[in-house]
Ligand binder design. Structure first.
Ligand code: PMP
Length: 409
């Protein structure tokens, strides 16, 4: 079976690996780009190249229009109707660091608590670890069960009046587990804490509404949602963003500068020092258009079908251990697994010889690896351009790994 969307992704149609069709199963690392996104970036270079917010000439005004339209589109995409709550960043990593360094440094005091999960990507761990050290605050963790499923009871137990920040990934980039953000936000707010949501793995795959989730900050990356690298978003609740100090200082963020003084522009512009990534924003806007056109129901149905089929076939392989929930309804299209007695890097390189691209390693989540009792895992992740045929090629190749290494089947 070939789904309708694969044909929109030029690389998937033309690239071969070891003389075979490329089966790309590493979308949790980065996604492929549809032709419409590639064309939007080219369109900027061909028709709009200019520095926005600077020139009084029409070309610069056009570039400004393109950039600010992308901001409006990003706002609607995540259910916030105020573009002034959207800061363009280089990606999730920069966005979370911005919150930690700007909001966190002002809000967190000695003895306060910052609460994260053991499954966090290092991007949503290290900024909080450093902040906690600097402020003599306490970095606490919720752990969940051996499948990584965290009960609301454990959140309830760990959020208290000392908690100032609750920072969590919406969907784990290893286990694919989906956290119940609405309930966690409610608990956090009851205790006066703010909620920082790492949406790197959720925004590309499920409909997000920041108002319904009731989060204070949301970070995500363009490159995981069909857009180019180097563009991402920090959503921040208006009042909070207004109160934040700009992290980077430079051009394009001031009303007035004196020798010893500065008056910053309003948010979000005060947070975006330097020449902005207009081509990235144009690509992000085109990616949002593409995702909207496909629709969340289709995206959900494709990924659900891929996940259910892959899980069913993986469960049929005796020597493969899958991490995380065994129930497809509790997880997104990310599958971490290991093959008995085989190092994940060997699995990945044998799969590569069959044209299958998967990730192997610690996935920038070392505390989680430790919690699971492994040093690394393989990871296959899906997106809307994958097909059941991709899953078949992947599992057929996987079933040969131990044989290739001389273990027998
Ligand atoms: N958080 C999660 C859950 C991720 O999967 C990633 C990317 N692997 C990041 C944060 C960091 O994203 P980026 O590298 O695009 O800044």
């Amino acid at each position: 079976m070939d789904n309708n969307y694969r044909k929109d992704f030029p690389l998937l149609l033309t690239r071969e690996e070891k003389g075979r069709r490329l089966v790309y199963l590493d979308s949790a690392a980065t996604s492929q780009k549809p032709l419409s996104v590639i064309k939007a970036i080219e369109g900027y270079y061909r028709n709009y190249t200019a520095n926005p917010h600077r020139g009084a000439y029409t070309l610069s005004e056009d570039a400004t229009g393109l950039y600010e339209k992308a901001r409006e589109k990003a706002a609607h995409f995540i259910g916030c109707n105020n573009p002034q709550e959207i800061v363009f960043t280089a990606g999730t990593t920069e966005a979370i660091n911005m919150v930690a360094l700007s909001y966190g440094r002002a809000a967190v005091k000695e003895g306060d608590e910052i609460l994260i999960t053991v499954a966090e990507h290092h991007s949503n761990l290290l900024p909080w670890q450093r902040l906690a050290k600097e402020k003599k605050a306490v970095l606490r963790y919720v752990y969940g069960d051996e499948q990584g499923q965290i009960s609301l009871g454990e959140w309830e137990e760990k959020i208290n009046s000392r908690t100032k920040i609750v920072a969590l990934g919406h969907i784990s980039n290893v286990l694919g587990g989906i956290n119940p953000v609405e309930e966690i936000s409610r608990m956090a707010h009851r205790h006066g804490a703010v909620v920082v949501l790492d949406g790197a793995q959720s925004v590309p795959h499920i409909k997000i509404n920041v108002k319904e989730l009731d989060v204070d900050f949301l970070a995500f990356s363009g490159h995981k949602m069909l857009a180019p690298a180097g563009i991402g978003v920090l959503y921040a609740r208006k009042g909070l963003l207004d109160s934040m100090e700009p992290l980077m200082l430079g051009g394009g963020i001031v009303e007035e500068v004196g020798e010893q003084s500065v008056v910053f522009m309003d948010a979000p512009w005060k947070m975006e020092a330097g020449t902005p990534n207009v081509e990235g924003a144009a690509g992000l806007a085109a990616a949002i258009d593409y995702l909207n056109q496909v629709g969340w129901t289709n995206i959900h149905n494709i990924e659900k079908q891929l996940l259910e089929y892959a899980l069913e076939r993986l469960n049929g392989l005796n020597e493969v251990e899958v991490y995380g929930s065994k129930h497809p309804e509790n997880r997104a299209g990310i599958l971490a697994f290991n093959v008995k007695d085989v190092h994940p890097h060997d699995v990945a390189s044998i799969l590569n010889s069959y044209g299958v691209a998967i990730r192997a390693g610690h996935h920038c989540a070392q505390p989680l690896m430790k919690h699971l009792g492994v040093s690394s895992t393989c990871r296959a992740s899906f997106y809307l351009y994958n097909t059941l045929e991709d899953v078949d090629i992947f599992i057929d190749a996987l079933s040969k790994v131990r044989e290739v290494l001389g273990y027998g089947t």
